[in-house]
Design a protein around this ligand. Structure first.
Ligand SMILES: *[C@@H]1O[C@H](CO)[C@@H](O)[C@H](O)[C@H]1NC(C)=O
Ligand SMILES: *[C@@H]1O[C@H](CO)[C@@H](O)[C@H](O)[C@H]1NC(C)=O
Ligand SMILES: *[C@@H]1O[C@H](CO)[C@@H](O)[C@H](O)[C@H]1NC(C)=O
Ligand SMILES: *[C@@H]1O[C@H](CO)[C@@H](O)[C@H](O)[C@H]1NC(C)=O
Ligand SMILES: *[C@@H]1O[C@H](CO)[C@@H](O)[C@H](O)[C@H]1NC(C)=O
Ligand SMILES: *[C@@H]1O[C@H](CO)[C@@H](O)[C@H](O)[C@H]1NC(C)=O
Ligand SMILES: *[C@@H]1O[C@H](CO)[C@@H](O)[C@H](O)[C@H]1NC(C)=O
Ligand SMILES: *[C@@H]1O[C@H](CO)[C@@H](O)[C@H](O)[C@H]1NC(C)=O
Ligand SMILES: *[C@@H]1O[C@H](CO)[C@@H](O)[C@H](O)[C@H]1NC(C)=O
Length: 822
């Protein structure tokens, strides 16, 4: 979502801070990878490092979750920590809470509601530190633990907090120093972005149950919208624990610090003057039990449903049982891609499985937990889609290879967004509409689904005509408020680009990013063209194909930067361009204006420079090459883009650029470039991401890089590169296919930043089930993953000989590509 240039710079300073996961986390992974050589069955969860991306503004949540879980138990720390946890050991822990998102930035954080904090109160109830500022504590250094379905952190007072999860519930286990009486504070109001808008809390001492419900605000959307959330805390561990004292408390930063022993009810509205009016419950247990077990259920419907979720999903199961169940779900997911672990460089194994893990961590499956317009919907429902602008490029394409059932459920949720809201969601955060980034990137997501699974769509519960109507509406029906509804369709359709400073009498939105919005709308039009083609809607196919070339309308052939001519620029409705320096908002730009949704971004591009966005026409790169002056200039310009520092590895519009050489018939240069990109930007440490994971956009990009593939969104074309592993199999259990890709001549020496001369690393030839591929640069889903079988990618050390597609270039509309649907 938000690659913030300012944060990237600050990140360099922080990344020197010593990371805090327990050394045993990495040691265990290293051992598991080593032992894989002789294992009969592999535990893929043992290769996952949930801490990758928890430093350096990766904003990854290492919390306990199941795949696509609605709960992700993590601690919440002070400072910039949108996902709750960060490794920085100078940050203070305020408690453990059940709901988080992973990999989102540019906000104060998301969720973190219903936080619980274990306390030692040697002088009794009234002396407990309940307020956020007084209760916060440092961690015990180097003891943080996490693995799929499990999270643990120990406070500097030696209280250990552990959690494990189901979809909407979980168990928390607290281990106290021996001889201490366990106290707990539980929040009603607090959440990470301080957005409480009223709610209530009830203690039922007989049942040993605390219920909480209230309203909070979005982390990435209009502040005037609120969502509702509910929790149910069961405190008695099936009768094994006895409550001692209980009551409620309130606190603020002006000196309020009040407690009511024996009181069982809080009902507080929004504090309109601002500032946090903190409140919650405080309770203790009889005796000095070493461990306290607490069961937690959450819901977006009601407290009753939160309690029912805990009962149905956890019931009386033990911590170990729930953890084992979560782990089994993760193994099922992770084993969809199996690699030859013993012959793969260990860091690649860890990077790949950690990335695959995060690629199934979000969005959050809130099916049956709907509210507002979606209340009672019969569709699947996913919360925290964050922005489709992030996920259409690699996240959903990765899912399309192995998980059509889950993909269809999320597509159903997008289409349901159109049914209920009028347009498909571009962003959804905290069950609320989030800010539009590119336009209506959901069109590309449903387009990708349709191109891959139109034969199975009905069986997967998707009506393709409805899917088409949803995408068509995004493009044709002008929304009143495109900040949250997608496109400024009226003026774009009128002018063929989004004009700068245009009079729009029918819709509102922040009038910025005209260059990038045009470029993204055009690609979205291509996605709609693809669906129209599948459905035989020839008139629409032609219309949207023509519109998809609109990216050309913001191309100013006269602009020169660093000796290269022709750049995308914002343009007035009279046709004149408004110049912005193409390097502005690049990673090396040193001007102080902001580049995201801020009002001082008058650059014409979203979170990007013109240098960066001028590469983006995945459906028509052949023409882009012509605009740029031919193949040689295109390659020189690509090289300059990287060497001058204009490439932002963590920024979505740049995802495909390293593979741009393919389109100029230089696939070996793409291989070199991707090696560099991976080793300069990713590693297995907590600081191992070049910025926000962005709802696993980055995780899925890295997965493709390691597998030696790159997807062209909303098409079935996959670009071929050089895998970082000698062999892998992608299982698609819905289609009943397994596809094994064998990298012949694989050399572990090729797996480094610069491929040494003489090392086999470049693609010499490709066969699919024994038949040589028509091109060494790409193949098609329908010929490969749709049928399954054996693919060989044979490598050579002869880079010059390999630097040619030896067959068709990847397709482009202007050279007759994408001529018929598969
Ligand atoms: C695997 O088994 C072989 C043969 O028993 C043995 O030589 C080798 O050391 C084992 N490798 C590991 C990593 O345990
Ligand atoms: C909380 O108080 C409001 C009035 O301020 C009332 O309308 C509401 O029903 C109360 N809610 C609960 C759960 O007690
Ligand atoms: C989401 O939850 C629903 C309801 O439990 C379930 O049927 C569905 O398979 C889940 N989907 C995913 C992707 O987790
Ligand atoms: C371009 O737009 C900016 C506002 O974003 C304005 O200040 C400037 O005068 C415009 N330049 C031209 C040449 O129109
Ligand atoms: C910003 O960068 C440009 C080009 O690299 C340089 O000429 C200029 O001096 C820099 N300005 C500042 C304030 O650092
Ligand atoms: C670039 O090279 C390809 C393949 O060699 C060729 O087909 C194409 O026409 C060239 N494009 C331009 C603009 O010269
Ligand atoms: C594996 O990753 C670690 C941490 O980034 C690094 O220190 C080590 O050099 C890497 N090993 C290889 C073989 O690349
Ligand atoms: C594949 O490439 C290798 C290495 O360049 C070469 O020896 C072999 O003959 C090629 N095979 C085919 C079928 O082209
Ligand atoms: C793929 O290769 C395996 C092992 O070499 C073989 O058993 C299998 O039949 C092959 N599958 C196809 C579809 O050729």
């Amino acid at each position: 979502m938000a690659h913030l240039i300012l944060l990237t710079t600050a990140g360099l300073l922080l990344s020197s801070v010593k990371a805090q996961p327990a050394p045993s986390v990495q040691a265990g992974i290293t051992e598991a990878i080593k032992n894989a050589a002789n294992a009969t069955t592999l535990d893929y969860t043992a290769f996952v490092n949930p801490f990758i991306g928890t430093d350096n503004f990766g904003d990854v949540c290492p919390g306990a979750s199941i795949p696509f879980g609605m709960v992700k138990f993590s601690t919440d720390l002070t400072g910039y920590a949108p996902a709750g946890y960060v490794t920085d050991p100078t940050m203070m822990i305020r408690g453990l809470s059940p709901m988080h998102d992973s990999g989102t930035g540019s906000s104060l954080g998301t969720y973190g509601n219903f936080e619980i904090m274990p306390l030692l109160c040697p002088d009794g109830f009234d002396t407990c530190h309940t307020s956020l500022a007084r209760r916060e504590r440092l961690r015990k250094l180097n003891t943080d633990l996490a693995s799929p379905g499990y999270f643990a952190q120990t406070l500097d007072n030696n209280i250990m907090m552990e959690a494990t999860a189901t979809r909407r519930a979980g168990l928390e286990r607290f281990t106290f120093p021996s001889g201490s009486k366990p106290y707990f504070v539980l929040d009603l109001a607090n959440d990470l972005p301080n957005s409480f808008a009223g709610g209530s809390l009830n203690i039922d001492a007989d049942k040993g149950q605390i219920t909480i419900g209230g309203s909070w605000g979005s982390s990435f959307g209009p502040g005037r919208f609120n969502y509702k959330a509910y929790a149910c805390y069961d405190l008695l561990d099936g009768g094994k624990q006895t409550l001692s004292e209980y009551g409620v408390w309130t606190a603020d930063s002006f000196g309020l610090d009040a407690k009511g022993l024996g009181q069982t009810h809080l009902n507080l509205t929004i504090n309109l003057i601002g500032g946090v009016y903190q409140s919650g419950a405080l309770f203790s247990f009889d005796g000095t039990p070493k461990q306290v077990n607490i069961r937690v259920g959450v819901s977006f419907v009601s407290t009753d449903q939160a309690c029912a979720n805990a009962e149905s999903e956890v019931g009386s199961a033990s911590f170990e049982e729930i953890h084992a169940q979560a782990k089994a779900l993760w193994n099922e997911k992770l084993s969809k891609i199996e690699i030859d672990v013993p012959n793969t460089p260990p860091n690649v194994t860890e990077l790949l499985y950690s990335s695959l893990y995060r690629s199934s961590l979000t969005p959050n499956n809130a099916t049956g937990e709907t509210q507002g317009l979606f209340e009672g919907t019969s569709s699947f429902y996913f919360d925290s889609l964050y922005c489709s602008w992030d996920t259409f490029r690699t996240f959903f394409p990765l899912m399309s290879l192995h998980s059509p059932v889950e993909f269809a459920q999320i597509v159903d949720s997008y289409i349901d967004g159109w049914r209920k809201n009028g347009w498909m969601p571009e962003c959804r955060a905290n069950n609320l509409p989030g800010w539009t980034q590119g336009g209506s990137s959901g069109d590309v997501i449903v387009g990708h689904f349709a191109t891959h699974y139109h034969n199975e769509a009905a069986a997967l519960g998707i009506d393709l005509e409805e899917l088409y109507s949803a995408a068509w509406t995004d493009a044709e029906v002008n929304p009143p408020e495109w900040n949250i509804q997608g496109r400024q369709a009226n003026v774009y359709n009128q002018f063929g680009y989004v004009p700068f400073a245009v009079l729009d009498v029918a819709s509102t939105g922040r009038q910025t990013r005209e260059g990038s919005r045009t470029i993204e709308y055009a690609f979205e039009d291509f996605a709609i063209r693809q669906i129209a083609q599948l459905l035989g809607k020839t008139d629409d196919e032609a219309k949207f194909a023509a519109r998809s070339l609109n990216y050309r309308n913001v191309w100013d052939p006269s602009v020169v930067s660093d000796g290269f001519k022709g750049f995308a620029q914002k343009r007035y409705s009279n046709g004149k361009f408004n110049f912005t320096d193409p390097t502005h908002c690049s990673p090396v730009d040193n001007t102080t204006t902001e580049c995201s949704l801020q009002s001082d971004n008058t650059n014409g591009f979203y979170e990007s420079s013109s240098w960066e966005y001028s590469w983006f026409a995945p459906h028509d790169t052949a023409h882009l090459i012509e605009l740029m002056g031919g193949n040689d200039t295109f390659v020189k310009r690509l090289n300059h883009f990287f060497s001058a520092g204009y490439y932002g590895a963590g920024n979505e519009p740049s995802f495909q650029t390293p593979i741009g050489y393919h389109y100029a018939n230089h696939p070996a240069l793409s291989v070199d470039r991707v090696r560099r990109v991976v080793f300069e930007n990713f590693d297995i440490t907590a600081a191992g991401l070049p910025g926000n994971d962005d709802q696993a956009a980055m995780a899925s990009l890295l997965s493709f890089h390691l597998l030696g593939l790159y997807p062209v969104p909303s098409t079935t074309q996959y670009l071929i590169l050089s895998p970082f592993t000698p062999k892998y199999t992608i299982h698609n259990s819905y289609l009943g296919t397994s596809t094994t890709i064998t990298t012949i001549n694989f050399s572990p020496h090729s797996v480094q930043k610069v491929i040494p001369p003489g090392v086999m690393a470049y693609v010499a030839n490709v066969t699919v089930n024994g038949v040589p591929s028509a091109s060494r640069c790409h193949f098609d889903f329908y010929d490969v993953f749709r049928v399954g079988g054996n693919v060989t990618i044979e490598l050579t050390a002869d880079k010059a000989a390999a630097d040619d597609c030896l067959g068709a270039l990847p397709e482009s509309l202007s050279t007759g590509g994408f001529a018929s649907a598969r």
